[in-house]
Each structure stands twice: as structure tokens, then as C-alpha cells.
Design a protein around this ligand. Structure first.
Ligand code: SF4
Ligand code: SF4
Length: 308
């Protein structure tokens, strides 16, 4: 199968053409404190974040997700429809804010893309296949001297060593959404502004998403059990995975979360009432202004008469 049947998604940008690898392919590479290029990669970091990366980092820093996003991320667009993505914030020279002389200050909670470097997971999907497949890539950038080390391991061993399997497993559903959105984009069209905002909140701002899921408006719409609500209230991972299910429902109509009977109709009816109310208010305001203008014209007309 030729590569042009696949869609590629690199976790970071690089001018170097990557080489495609499979789990059992061998990687000649080792990164350690003694390499001459120590910290070189983190000095010009371009790290795209996935939902589980953010949960690990905000917990590590003891921050609320909204505060973490404000201090440590910058937005970008994942596709032409404006699906929002996030990257780690850097300083003006492009260095990661977590980089220190001795290395990464959040090492045990570093994001997926950092764990994979100089390889990466390749989200690939044969255009005629319904499901995604996992393949990998390798980039050999000139500044990275780890490729000169005589250390060999398979991609499977490297993933285990870097603790990346857990990250991939937990982010899998979210990657599927991105992939499906890209491959079926023209067919489903541009998502509404409200859907894109929901995607942002469910993907990245988990603490705000929790408040939304616990709100009256949400409870009126979706029929979850008390046990499910209990779990979503306490468990970030369960909430993150629920967020992916919700977005599959919102973007693609894949119904896995039960909606309350008549909830949509009721909501549309409520919206209709609101729109009607707004329309009436606008008409009343327009009439009030016309009346004021008419009175002002009359008064100025009678004032002119008096002057003569
Ligand atoms: S999070 Fe750590 S490993 Fe990743 S770019 Fe920043 S300093 Fe480097
Ligand atoms: S060997 Fe590569 S990954 Fe390790 S510090 Fe150097 S540039 Fe970064």
C-alpha cells in the first residue's frame, strides 16, 4: 500500500522528511545527560498537546486546567474548519518553559510528543478503511546527536521505556476524532461555533468541562445515571473519555450518550421562544425610537414656527 493512501499527522513540525516505521523496526538512538546536544531539542520546542498530556501537566503543577491553559499553552488550528489545537508555550527564543539546565523539570509528566522524540506516532488511516491503524515515524534532525549513540532497540521497546503506551491508550479516542474529522471534513461540513467551543472545553479545559457536565442545562439534556455523574465528578480520566464520546456524538452523530426524551425538541422550542421574545423586543425598541424621532421632529418644527 503506498503512502499516498494515508493521512499523516506529526506531533511536532520538522523540516526533515520522516521515515515510516513499524513496532518491530529497530531504532538506533539514545538520549542522556552526556550528549553534546543536551537540551537542544527543548530549546526550540514545538509540542502539540493531547487531552491526557494536559491532565498530567496541570496535576503536576497543582493548577486548575483553565489556569494551566492560560499560562502554558498557545492555540492553533488543527484543520481548515478551525478545530482548535494547543501547543506548549515557549519563551521568545522558542525554548520550552519547562526546560532547565539539568533537563526537563516535568520529566515524569512530559507530553506524548516529548516522549516519542525523535520518533512519533503516525495517525494513519487508509482512505478506504473504516478504522485507524498505528504506525510510527523517525525524524533525524542534524542537531540531535542521539542517533550517533550505539544503542539499539525496537520501537515497541522504546515506547515502553518512554512510558508512552499509557498516553496513547488514553488519548486514542480523541485521536480518532481528529482523524475522522480530517478524513470526512468536507462530508460533514464546518462544525458550528458552539460545537468547536464544546470541543475545546471537552478536550483541554477539563475542570470547566466538569462544571458544564454538572450544570442544570446539561442534566436536562442527557440521561446519565447517578453512578455515572459520581464518576464524572471525581475522575478526570473518566471525564476526559466521556468528553471524547460526547464529541463523537456532536460532530458525527455517533449516539452513545442517552439524550432525554424530547430534550432537543424542548430546547428548540425554548430557543424559538427566546428568538420570538428577542424579535418582539427589537420591534418594540424600533417603534420606540421611531416615536422619539417623530416627537423630536414635531418639537423642532413647532420651535421653528415660534422663531418666525
Ligand atoms: S516538556 Fe520537557 S521534554 Fe518537553 S519540550 Fe518541554 S522541557 Fe523538553
Ligand atoms: S540527543 Fe536528541 S533528544 Fe537528546 S537532548 Fe540531544 S537533541 Fe534532544
Amino acid at each position: 500500500m503506498s503512502d499516498d493512501k494515508f493521512e499523516f499527522e506529526l506531533p511536532y513540525s520538522t523540516p526533515v522528511m520522516p521515515v515510516r516505521l513499524e513496532l518491530n523496526d529497530e531504532l538506533k538512538f539514545r538520549c542522556h545527560r552526556g550528549v553534546s546536544c543536551w537540551n537542544e531539542c527543548c530549546s526550540h520546542a514545538d509540542v502539540t498537546l493531547a487531552p491526557y498530556d494536559i491532565i498530567r501537566l496541570k496535576d503536576r503543577l497543582g493548577m486548575d486546567s483553565s489556569e494551566f491553559l492560560k499560562q502554558h499553552t498557545v492555540p492553533f488550528q488543527l484543520d481548515a474548519h478551525g478545530v482548535p489545537g494547543l501547543k506548549l508555550r515557549t519563551n521568545d527564543d522558542g525554548a520550552c518553559l519547562f526546560m532547565q539546565e539539568e533537563g526537563c523539570s516535568v520529566y515524569s509528566d512530559r507530553p506524548t510528543a516529548c516522549r516519542y522524540y525523535p520518533s512519533g506516532v503516525l495517525s494513519m488511516k487508509a482512505q478506504d478503511e473504516p478504522t485507524d491503524e498505528m504506525h510510527f515515524l523517525l525524524v533525524k534532525e542534524d542537531h540531535c546527536k542521539g542517533h550517533e549513540e550505539d544503542h539499539f532497540q525496537t520501537i515497541a521497546e522504546f515506547r515502553k521505556e518512554q512510558g508512552v503506551e499509557e498516553y496513547d491508550d488514553l488519548n486514542r479516542e480523541w485521536y480518532q476524532i481528529i482523524l475522522k474529522k480530517k478524513s470526512t471534513g468536507p462530508a460533514i461540513g464546518k462544525p458550528s461555533e458552539m460545537s468547536l467551543q464544546m470541543f475545546f472545553m471537552a478536550s483541554y479545559d477539563i475542570d470547566r468541562f466538569r462544571r458544564f457536565v454538572m450544570s442544570d442545562a446539561f442534566i436536562k439534556m442527557y440521561d446519565l445515571s447517578d453512578e455515572e455523574y459520581d464518576e464524572l465528578e471525581k475522575d478526570d480520566i473518566a471525564l476526559m473519555q466521556f468528553g471524547s464520546r460526547l464529541m463523537k456524538q456532536v460532530f458525527f452523530g455517533e449516539m452513545s450518550i442517552k439524550e432525554r426524551e424530547g430534550a432537543w425538541e424542548k430546547r428548540i422550542e425554548e430557543r424559538r421562544e427566546i428568538l420570538e421574545y428577542r424579535k418582539q423586543a427589537e420591534i418594540a425598541e424600533h417603534q420606540r425610537k421611531q416615536e422619539e424621532a417623530r416627537k423630536a421632529a414635531l418639537e423642532s418644527g413647532s420651535g421653528t414656527d415660534k422663531d418666525h
